[in-house]
Design a protein. Sequence first.
Length: 658
Amino acid sequence: MPSFGDCARATRHRGGSNSRPCPVDKPLSPRLGFVTAVPFWLFVATFGVRLLALVQHADSDQLVPRGDDMQFYNDWAQRILRGQFTDGKAFYGLPGYPWILAGIYAIAGFNPFAVGFVQAGIEAATAVILFRLSCEIFSEARDSAVVLRIAPCVGVVAALGWTFFLPAQAFSLILMPTAWLICAFWGLLLWMLKTRDSGGVWPWLAMGLIAGLCAVVIATILFLLPLLVAGIAFRGDAVLGLWKRRLLAVGSLLMGLLVGTAPAWAHNYFIAREPVILSAHSGLNFWIGNNPVANGYPKIPPGLRASQEGLLKDSITLAERAVGRPLKRVEVSKYWSEKASSWIRENRAAWFRLLGAKVKNFWNAYQYDDLSIIRILRADGILLPGLRFGTVAALAIPGMFLAVWRCPRSRWVAAAIVLHMTALLSVFVTERYRLCAVPGMLLFAAFLLVQLWEWITNRNWGRSVAAGASVGISAWLVSIPPADAGTWSLDFYNIGIRAYEGGLDARGRRDAAREARELARSLASLETAHAYVPDNAEIHFALGNTLLAKNERVRARQAYLRAIDLQPNHADAWSNFGVMALQDEQWPVAVRSFEMSLKADASDAKTTYLLARALKGDGKLEQARIAVNKALELRPGQPEFLALKAALETDRVTPARP
């Protein structure tokens, strides 16, 4: 079995910048050696850990998506399976992941476990990519005898770090495309580094194709393109040595990208007839990340609802109301993009401070998980103990400086991290968004740890103390807490929402004690969130829902009214307040509440139907008929809508009340 030292000596003997240094591809002995076998065992270990968490996840009530982006992707996939491939408009959200889900559902049926199983395999592939990247980037060093000896060990430590990294565990289980992006991002970088003179231009065409297909899933992978182009430009081998061959390779890369993104832009240009390359929701994200109240996290500006569905609806209705006419989705995106650009032009100093805050957020130990899925899965005992971002960042920052100085090829990994961070600076930072940078950070963190162990065993105390001091400074920098108290309320708010939805799902299917526990948990979490941020409309709205489910109607009514005071166009708060008035037969109050809700969101069929019921109760039968007919236009064939229409048709016509 070859040792790490044998690996180093064999590599140095081959020599040359274009050689393949690590014996992963060509074993040094006929039998399977450690370095050759380690990718297989890393795959097995990572897949096993992910599968163990997935089995525990399947036994919980979190497997089926409820709300947030997970429900958004799942509902879209279900529409695809029903044959609704398009609504005739430009995509308002990237379509790649819903189509992936639809493909898995078509084979395995509606089964989130099957999705998690596939994503567990993708996560295991990412661990193998990390090991191979370690062998690749440490193939050239200022001190080859030392660095090459520890290169495979760095890869093992980094891969195991990924295996037990808590956010990676969490996002591999749920219906989110994060795992797909990460594997493609670092897989493309590894492919680029391993492409040498025998590759010709075809590998670049394939890389562009994969990057394009992945961009239809998550667009941030496009920020890797400058690195791929640099990989072509800085090659000095025989095939790509001439500028014509380099231009041909760049052209092949861009051609592959064009073909890969075709499912999005072809639909938008030729079916929707809107000039949108990928998705028309980019303008909204740009506004959320750059507005007067932005703090570097996805803080929703006043006037927009925080839920995924409500946010998308509000972004369209508010833009149309401001312009004064119906808008195409590309026009909606342009409206929000110009709004953000105008704020940036008029507030340059504030915008530069905001950029600094985003950089700080990217490296900060604070975990802004906008889904709160990590905290929820940890509380349910689904995730195994593991690393968090702050620990990795504290080690990665000094490790990156050390590796970039000693190992020139590691600069490609550092550049990939910086490019991914740059992609987020135009919008905002969340745990799942910055997760793509973690594999590269793990390589640098592992390099520092293994190098530190080497120094300690060799009694090189000066370097050891310097490394420890740099880690201490880095840990202090990344642990500075965010100043905005609202960020601390996020997990409590999301947990409260999920507990409330769990209580609703229990109706008619679970015992009353289980439902009561869920509602009590929801109320406690939301009250904690309210203590952090007492003037947030979404928290008051969620409190109203939970209190109403607990039959505390007076407090629920007060919560809805407070939400309306804070956000007068909150369609859901008006609608739920109207439902309470409808139940109490307060017809005029119900009519006004539903009218105000429809003023904010005129496309809501259910609210239009409820307005018809309130008008009928108020004796305004003709207006009720108009409302129920509109509800049927919005949602044809709905049984309760048809029943109300039939009842109105048979009722005796009476004069409307003055």
